[in-house]
Design a protein around this ligand. Structure first.
Ligand code: DAH
Length: 358
């Protein structure tokens, strides 16, 4: 083979292993295959040879050129292309991220199931209420200090004269504060809506979101969930209420729990009471009391009582012929007890470290 060609090929094979990036590859191309490169120079020489030599040299030249080109292509492939992905059908697939119900929905579903088994129907109320249903109909008139118990988010208020005019026009709403809207501060207004449209006997629960215009801390949120209960009809007395609550909490916490009733004031019940559940953390200890129930053996849960005659009157039912009990509890509270969650704000924090635990 022509000596020059031989020298060129030798050099190509010497340096090919040193080519590790696109820039040196390009230098390689320019040097050997470029328009003014070594091969091109040789091709010029080819022209001046006689036919016999031209044929022989031309043949060798083309072989060498092909070889250099294939070296170049190979180097280029290795540099430019990603290494080929090897695929195995036995390789485990990527697990898709699947969400799950929040602790609130989980507890709510469980609560609905238990109450359904106890004969309660589930009703959903509206998160926007007017003043009448949230307060007045529940025996909490505008000037009554009891309103202070429920700090309220009022919605866009109409001008007072407009409100007066409208009330004068509509006979039905005469003397009813139906024009000021708010985010319900409790689920109790749904009692009134239901009582207006349905005749006893019935037993219902009303779960849902409620809103309070107040500063948040570990035990207070401006948005949380309540579960309201209302039972009207024969047998709907405080003894039944106690039994229902006892059954509910025993199933909810999967422990045999006692209920304690204490007198308390809520304007829409008479007598009114607060109820406590036996502390699930020191239940089976000889000496009852722990840090969580503050050594009392019971944990405060919610309010209840016998429906006030005023409420029956608000909805046009005869309070001498109808009676029943109502109760309300905070859903987050009973979940917090179950899991020993010490900050209610965690429920709405969107913190995956919290949510993923359920
Ligand atoms: N609505 C009350 C609150 O938000 C809770 C409550 C108390 C509901 C007594 C009731 C009841 O139905 O009878 O504080």
């Amino acid at each position: 083979m022509n000596e020059t060609l031989e020298g060129i090929l030798k050099e190509v094979h010497q340096i090919r292993d040193q080519i590790k990036d696109v820039e040196t590859l390009e230098n390689f191309r320019v040097k050997f295959l470029g328009r003014k490169g070594l091969l091109a120079n040789l091709a010029d020489e080819l022209k001046s040879l006689d036919d016999e030599k031209k044929k022989k040299f031309g043949y060798q030249f083309n072989l060498a050129k092909k070889e250099i080109e294939s070296v170049y292509e190979e180097l280029k492939q290795n540099l430019v292309q990603e290494p080929k992905v090897r695929f195995s059908f036995r390789h485990p697939g990527q697990k898709p991220l699947v969400g799950h119900l929040s602790p609130i929905s989980l507890a709510l579903n469980q609560a609905i199931k238990i109450f359904t088994n106890l004969g309660f129907k589930t009703i959903l109320g509206s998160e926007i209420e007017n003043e009448y249903y949230n307060f007045d109909a529940l025996n909490i008139p505008a000037d009554h200090p009891a309103r202070d118990l429920w700090d309220t988010f009022w919605l866009d208020q109409k001008k007072e004269e407009e409100v007066d005019k409208k009330n004068q026009r509509s006979k039905k709403n005469k003397n009813k504060n139906t024009d000021r809207y708010l985010l319900r501060t409790h689920t109790s207004p749904s009692q009134v809506h239901y009582l207006e449209k349905n005749f006893p006997p019935f037993r219902i629960i009303i779960p849902g979101k409620v809103f309070r215009y107040e500063a948040t801390d570990k035990t207070h949120e401006f948005e949380f969930h309540q579960l309201e209960g209302l039972a009207i009809g024969a047998g709907a007395n405080l003894a039944e209420l106690k039994g229902v609550l006892e059954k509910f909490f025993s199933e909810f916490y999967k422990k045999n729990l006692k209920i304690r009733l204490r007198p308390a004031y809520f304007p829409f019940v008479e007598p009114g009471l607060e109820f406590d559940v036996e502390c699930i953390f020191c239940l089976n200890q000889k000496k009852k009391g722990c840090a969580i129930c503050k050594q009392s053996g019971f944990i405060e849960i919610g309010g209840a009582g016998m429906v006030h005659p005023f409420v029956f009157k608000s909805v046009g039912l005869d309070s001498s012929k109808n009676y029943g009990y109502a109760f309300g509890l905070g859903l987050e509270r009973i979940i917090m007890i179950r899991y020993k969650i010490n900050d209610i704000r965690l429920f709405h924090s969107n913190d995956k470290r919290f949510i993923e635990q359920f």
